[in-house]
Design a protein around this ligand. Sequence first.
Ligand code: CO
Length: 137
Amino acid sequence: MTPVKRINHIAIVVDEIEDALHFWRDALGLKVARVEEVPDQDSVVAFLSVGNMEIELVKPTSDENGIARYIKKRGPGIHHICFEVDDIKASLESLKAKSVRLINSEPVIGTSGKRFAFIHPESTYGVLVELYELPPK
Ligand code: CO
């Protein structure tokens, strides 16, 4: 496992971004960095800055995807924690060698060239964990 550098983001699923912002932006006072459509995940995401990490408020835009199913089953709440690593491929190999159950056994290429993979909650004491390797700047 290559070292975990920092928490990149914590994702929270919501059914309405504006309603959720009444707490996260207006009451708690976090700054909204941007709100983006993420078409490959059928969602709209509001990115809120907290120091060098972000809170992502994720609203599904389809009834079909995993996030929509998650809300239906459990209601809004924390969906996953994302850790940034230097070398995601090496990290996944090392996790596999330790019999950690992975959702993505190979890195997936996401928007803006970042690479990500999810670790199954069965191996993490109930927390969906995402790994990120950011593209070189
Ligand atoms: Co994420």
